[in-house]
Design a protein around this ligand. Structure first.
Ligand code: MCA
Ligand code: AMP
Length: 503
């Protein structure tokens, strides 16, 4: 039966000996093997009672098995929620209850703690380890070895990706099969990927960049990936000679540039380096070209929209810009208050429309309505301008968001926790320049007049609720927060005051 996304990415893979995944230990998983494994996993999902449209949450270390599970969900029509492995049980609990997931898959070392914390009537907790073992493997063993792919159309839901919000409450962005497929096909074409490409893949597979951009693009052309568990500088340098291309967040590029082994010779054979998820400093772009002779191709996207713009493959890849709208994406710059187009070249909010744009936030019709204009454009919350050269530049964000090492961190979520701590009257969280992560999280606390905040105790107290990467890397106290006449905290003043914290 027709399954819009699976058919295009994998149905032709049955029986194919072409390589799909190259693992660090030298193992190669072929397209045919991967295809068959998705069938066995899909049969196991169905044996658990999961039906099309049901939700499954997974918080798994990166492995071929975790990737198989995701494509098994697509094949079985099950909506999957990939969750950052750094999330605490508290955070995972929220995603599971909000999405109504009936099955949760976690690593063997964590699944019992998740089950204990989350509980919930009828929710099944199963383990799947990076080596393929775990209680889910037992379910697979008992299920039929063949699976008839479930029919799914372009508008059927494929995934929920949770993205935090300025209110501090995470929202499940509902992505359809065609949101994912249309974007993968557009990018593969634009960036000239073919079956001969080998992508060096060190990104996590719980976010758009590593999963939908990198993996779906490669699957759509029948190419292969050197599939590393995470970014490790030595492994990147070792594997680079076997790759033709790489996708990464800016932190990947600054770390590579800082290594004397990363030279023109090491990269001479490479076809393409793509960067995104956070701003790439123009100086990093320039240094990269000086060190390697390659110009990084920067593109811009968002969880809700997949990719929106890209620098050209053939034309000039301009540092400090994110290039042009993709061929099937309409992009405009508007006054955020009125929604009216701004004069050419002026700064405004970036709005986008196209087959890449999600269907809305799960169970949040009001929030969804606020984020879309009546004519269907989505409000990104990013501030940008289009130069006379037609290139889009991102100049800031109207949303209060920190991007650290490519991960989004919403200050509100942290402030809500800090405000509740003993000795704290109020707090403000800002991102300031960080050489490795781009931005680093700083917390500013206002004492409540008593003994004042004990930051060591606060760090301990929030550790159970917040993923480590979101926790402030520095704390300061101030008698009061700078506010404007409307009473709004002036975060730009805090960013300026603490800008040298990580210098
Ligand atoms: C790790 N740590 C971090 C981060 N990562 N702190 C702040 N920001 C981070 N991103 C902290 C850990 O908590 C730990 O703290 C210490 O750094 C070392 O942890 P480790 O796991 O060893 O770090 P790492 O392996 O060096 O990871 C850094 C990384 C990783 C490679 C940059 O964060 C990463 O892979 N980022 C990619 C994120 C990504 O894929 N984003 C795409 C989102 P301590 O030592 O104190 O315990 S998709 C998206 O944004 C849109 C759609 C788009 O356009 O792509
Ligand atoms: P996320 O919600 O994790 O998908 O993060 C999306 C946000 O990352 C966007 O709204 C932008 O603010 C930012 N972003 C992604 N790519 C770029 C880029 N190339 N330059 C600047 N910001 C980017």
């Amino acid at each position: 039966m027709a399954n819009h996304l699976f058919d295009k990415l994998l149905s032709g893979a049955a029986g194919s000996a072409a390589p799909f995944l190259h693992l660090p230990d030298g193992t190669v998983i072929s397209y045919g093997e991967f295809h068959d494994a998705t069938g066995r996993f899909a049969a196991a999902l169905s044996s658990l009672g999961l039906k099309p449209g049901d939700r499954l949450a997974l918080q798994l270390e990166k492995s071929p098995h975790a990737l198989t599970l995701i494509f098994a969900c697509i094949r079985a029509g099950v909506v999957f929620l990939p969750l950052n492995t750094a999330y605490t049980a508290d955070e995972v609990g929220y995603f599971v209850s909000d999405s109504g997931a009936s099955v949760v898959l976690g690593d063997g070392s964590k699944i019992d703690a998740l089950a204990e914390k989350i509980g919930g009537d009828g929710i099944r907790f199963l383990s799947l380890n990076p080596d393929g073992s775990g209680s889910f493997a037992d379910t697979v063993g008992r299920a039929p070895s063949e699976f008839e792919t479930i029919a799914r159309g372009p508008d059927d839901l494929a995934a929920f990706l949770y993205t935090s919000g300025t209110t501090g409450r995470s929202k499940g962005a509902m992505l359809t099969q065609d949101n994912l497929l249309s974007n993968a096909l557009t990018l593969a074409d634009l960036w000239r990927f073919t079956k001969d490409d080998v992508l060096l893949h060190a990104l996590p597979i719980f976010h758009t960049h590593g999963l939908f951009v990198a993996t779906n693009v490669m699957l759509s052309v029948g190419g292969s990936m050197i599939f590393l568990p995470k970014f490790d500088l030595d492994q990147m340098i070792d594997m680079m000679p076997k790759a033709t291309s790489m996708m990464g967040v800016p932190t990947f590029y600054t770390r590579l540039l800082g290594d004397p082994r990363f030279t023109k010779e090491l990269t001479a054979h490479m076809r393409l380096f793509v960067s995104g998820s956070a701003p790439l400093l123009a100086e990093v772009h320039t240094q990269f070209e000086a060190a390697t002779g390659h110009r990084i191709l920067e593109r811009y996207g968002m969880t809700e929209t997949n990719m929106n713009t890209s620098n050209p493959y053939d034309g000039e890849r301009k540092a400090g810009t994110v290039g042009f709208p993709l061929p099937d994406v309409s992009l405009r710059i508007v006054n955020p208050e009125t929604g009216a187009a701004v004069p050419d070249g002026d700064v405004g909010e970036i709005e986008v429309k196209g087959p890449n744009v999600f269907k809305g936030y799960w169970n949040m019709p009001e929030k969804t309505k606020e984020e879309f204009r009546p004519d269907g454009y989505f409000r990104t919350g990013d501030l940008g301008q289009i130069g006379s050269d037609g290139y889009v530049r991102i100049v800031g964000r109207s949303k209060d968001l920190i991007i650290s090492g490519g991960y989004n961190i919403y200050p509100k979520e942290i402030e809500l926790l800090l405000d509740d701590q003993p000795g704290v009257k109020e707090s403000a969280v800002v991102g300031v320049p960080h050489a490795d992560f781009g931005e680093g999280v700083v917390a500013v606390l206002v004492p409540d007049g008593g003994a004042g905040p004990d930051t060591a105790a606060i760090e301990k107290s929030i550790a159970g609720s917040l993923a480590r990467f979101k926790q402030p890397k520095a704390y300061f106290t101030l008698d009061e927060l700078p506010r404007n006449t409307m009473g709004k905290v002036q975060k730009n003043m805090l960013r300026d005051r603490f800008k040298d914290t990580f210098a």
